[in-house]
Design a binder for this molecule. Structure first.
Ligand SMILES: Cc1cc2nc3c(=O)[nH]c(=O)nc-3n(C[C@H](O)[C@H](O)[C@H](O)COP(=O)(O)O)c2cc1C
Length: 354
């Protein structure tokens, strides 16, 4: 457990005004008099155009959680700490295994790869080449086996299928396989956004209770992870159910106006107190983004869509990017006086309004 996690929320510096602004998701679309006053525009995500009425700006998607997540990353600045700093280690330990980087692949599925390999095999080979943790999402057992055959230590995320027996069957199958590091569930795929249960690739999903989670944990011989946690409430229920790790994620903006995972991270890290691993994904594009997550309480980060354009170019390209991002992370660690991942210090981060 990292000692500095216990009171990390108090370390991240922010003005009261900025907390208030960032706590109101509607402020993005509701920014008053945005054209006339600089104050109205200062909350706009950097990736978005200046405010215009929606009818003449169809590219504007109110409540787009991905855009706000990017914006939130970019409001976080770092102080430098050079004295007594040196070349850092990015060695990352998880569930009894040692990895060279805390930058992991995200749980993806149904990907196009090269002419000879599926996208999942391509990025799994890349994870293996970098000695990074690999994640995989929805798919048949045969595909999971192909991924495990790459030698990558892999976490399999199983959908919240309607029938718990199907879930337990998949958990048991996965946990028996060599190289399966952990299994889990993306709980944020239970519902369809229109008040019903989701249907994914023709498969029916259903809501899950904490008691169901306890059954999944019990059925698994490897650590169980819940993906899609964005609240202290869910994180505490995971602790209660014996879950080994949580992935803070809005699943690439499945629910509009979702808070950025980083925004929930400090409170969740405080509540969890080092008793579960905390992972973060959504919108991570660089070693700098990864650093911010790690400094604020994450143990490791997942990267998904950033790698997708590289998949048709093969695993070497993906591996090169994972290594490059790890070097970027190490570069920020050098500049902020952090020698290893367990020495991350949230007081380096300054929250600002651009
Ligand atoms: C093509 C694609 C397929 C995905 N499939 C799954 C899946 O099967 N299970 C899952 O838990 N998440 C899945 N995700 C969500 C990712 O794991 C991740 O949460 C999301 O893409 C945000 O991370 P990113 O911004 O780095 O892409 C998928 C995402 C993409 C883009």
């Amino acid at each position: 457990m990292k000692d500095n996690k216990l009171s990390r929320r108090s370390f991240v510096r922010m003005s009261t005004a900025s907390v208030a602004a960032l706590s109101i998701p509607g402020i993005l679309s509701a920014s008053a008099d945005p054209q006339g006053q600089p104050g109205g525009q200062r909350f706009l995500p950097t990736s978005m155009p200046a405010w215009e009425p929606r009818t003449v700006n169809p590219g504007w998607d109110p409540g787009d959680s991905d855009s706000f997540t990017r914006y939130f990353f970019d409001t976080l600045m770092l102080e430098t700490r050079y004295l007594d700093s040196d070349i850092p280690s990015t060695v990352f330990r998880l569930f009894g295994e040692t990895f060279d980087t805390p930058i992991m692949t995200a749980a993806l599925s149904h990907l196009r790869g090269t002419e000879t390999e599926s996208g999942l095999v391509v990025y799994s080979k890349a994870a293996k080449a970098c000695n990074a943790v690999n994640w995989i999402g929805m798919g048949p057992d045969e595909e999971f086996d192909e991924v495990l055959a790459t030698g990558a230590k892999t976490i399999r995320i199983i959908k919240p299928y309607e029938d718990n027996d199907d879930v337990i069957k998949k958990i048991r199958y996965s946990a028996r396989q060599k190289n399966c590091l952990a299994v889990g569930m993306d709980i944020d795929h239970s519902f369809n956004g229109r008040g019903g249960y989701d249907v994914v690739m023709g498969e029916k999903m259903k809501a899950k209770k904490t008691d169901d989670l306890k059954k999944f944990v019990k059925a698994s011989k490897v650590p169980f992870i819940l993906k899609g946690v964005l609240s202290v409430s869910d994180a505490k229920k995971c602790l209660d159910a014996g879950v080994s790790g949580i992935m803070l994620s809005h699943h690439g903006g499945r629910v509009k106006y979702s808070i950025p995972p980083l925004m929930a991270l400090e409170q969740i890290a405080d509540a969890v107190g080092g008793k579960m691993k905390i992972f973060v994904d959504c919108g991570i594009l660089s070693g700098m983004d990864a650093y911010k997550c790690l400094a604020m309480g994450a143990d490791a980060v997942g990267v998904g869509r950033h790698f997708i354009p590289l998949l048709p170019e093969g695993s070497d390209k993906v591996a090169a990017r994972i290594k490059e991002m790890t070097n970027e992370l190490a570069g920020v660690m050098c500049a902020t006086g952090v020698r290893s991942l367990d020495k991350m210090d949230p007081s380096v981060i300054h929250r600002t309004i651009l």
